[in-house]
Design a protein around this ligand. Structure first.
Ligand code: NAD
Ligand code: TYD
Length: 350
């Protein structure tokens, strides 16, 4: 029996991980602690909410008293920490929220784990989920490796880089048994439609302009979210304490090529003439400090832990498009209210 605290389990990646862990490990008690910000949605994990090995607690990781009480109550053996403010554009308009949640919130969890495990750290794990964005921006060639120097450029990536450094500092200074992974861009079901892929699917469906930043030539390396959850499961169980693992799909796309692919897939699904959705593409003012290219080298996790992605991008993207089309209510629910005012303030014409 293991008691596991999983933070941010009602968000995009967290919900896929909660589903995987609750179904795969009936002997573990999984406690999902989430503040339920705009990005946290209980609908994302409706299918497992009544399972006997699952508990939900609504709390804010910035609230250190609440975190300490939670650790006292549940006697955790492990933490898998995903809770974060995660959207670069929001970090540009409101950096403080990112500093509080991503840095101070992570510090609070580390302090609570250190205190709870002070007499015996044997078999305990504090696993911090991070992003490839901490490594900065690549030009046309090269990859991010586990030992690439950090060079974050947005308030989001700077806050994640800071939290990674603090997690490592707790390993070296206090001997806290930590693991870290840095993953490339995820896509899949249940992603909040402020991020590129669900935003484009939503707008194509509603015949709205498709806002592409700059020339659309920035490159991202895309991985199916279920494969990220599988990688986290692998690292949690088999990764070495104190180690970092990069996770990625060797799947680089310029934004404009990806938007073209989505347009053609959507035309096909909606029965529209080919080329219909592409007419919606609108080039808008570039994101401030827009990182040019991300590309992960995932050799270490493949060679040492045997993890590789389970689907091709074509398969993963097709199933993602189908999910959004079959779950219109989910999209309609999350795009009502606050989403609309966010969206209206976000894009400026070039
Ligand atoms: P998300 O924004 O979809 O979900 C974040 C979750 O954290 C939400 O459920 C939210 O309610 C919760 N949360 C936010 N602030 C909180 C607080 N103060 N206290 C408690 N809960 C809080 O994010 P995501 O895309 O699922 O990302 C999860 C993690 O994975 C993040 O740490 C992110 O940095 C990392 N990551 C994301 C990607 C990606 O492509 N999305 C890639 C690599 C790494
Ligand atoms: P995003 O999904 O926000 O992820 P990240 O910034 O963390 O990589 O954006 C992916 C890429 O798509 C990024 O280069 C910015 C670009 N983008 C657009 O061109 N238009 C949009 O409306 C959004 C949200 C992103």
């Amino acid at each position: 029996m293991k008691n596991i605290l999983l933070t941010g389990g009602s968000g995009f990646i967290g919900s896929h991980l909660v589903r995987l862990m609750v179904n795969k490990y009936p002997d573990y008690n999984i406690v999902n602690m989430d503040k339920l910000t705009y990005a946290g949605n209980p609908e994302n994990i409706k299918d497992i909410e009544n399972k006997s090995n699952y508990t939900f607690v609504q709390a804010d990781i910035v609230d250190d008293t609440a975190i300490f009480e939670l650790f006292k109550k549940y006697n955790f053996d492990a933490v898998i920490h995903l809770a974060a403010e995660s959207h670069v554009d929001r970090s540009i308009s409101n950096p403080k929220e990112f500093i509080m949640t991503n840095i101070v919130g992570t510090l609070n969890l580390l302090n609570a784990a250190r205190d709870a495990w002070k007499d015996n750290m044997q078999d305990k794990v504090f696993y911090h989920i991070s992003t490839d964005e901490v490594y900065g921006s690549l030009s046309d060639t090269g990859f991010f490796y586990e030992d690439t120097s950090y060079d974050p450029r947005s308030p989001y990536s700077a806050s994640k880089a800071s939290s990674d450094h603090i997690v490592r500092a707790y390993f070296h200074t206090y001997g806290l048994p930590i693991k870290i992974s840095n993953c490339s861009n995820n896509y899949g079901s249940h992603q909040f439609p402020e991020k590129l892929i669900p935003l484009m699917i939503h707008n194509i469906k509603h015949n709205k302009p498709l806002p592409v930043y700059g020339e659309g030539l920035n490159i991202r390396d895309w991985l199916w979210v279920v494969d990220h959850a599988r990688a986290i499961d692998t690292i949690f169980h088999n990764g070495e304490v104190g180690e970092t693992y990069n996770i990625g799909g060797h799947n680089e796309w310029t934004n404009i090529d990806l938007v073209h692919l989505l347009c053609d897939t959507m035309d096909d699904r909606l029965g529209n003439e080919k080329g219909t959705a592409r007419k919606l593409i609108t080039f808008v003012k570039d994101r401030a400090g827009h990182d040019m290219r991300y590309a992960i080298d995932a050799t270490k996790i493949k060679d040492e832990l045997g993890w590789v992605p389970s689907v091709t991008f074509e398969e993963g993207l097709a199933s993602t498009v189908d999910w959004y089309l079959e779950n219109e209510q989910w999209l309609d629910n999350v795009t009502s209210g606050a989403y609309r005012s966010y969206y209206e303030g976000q894009y400026e014409k070039r």
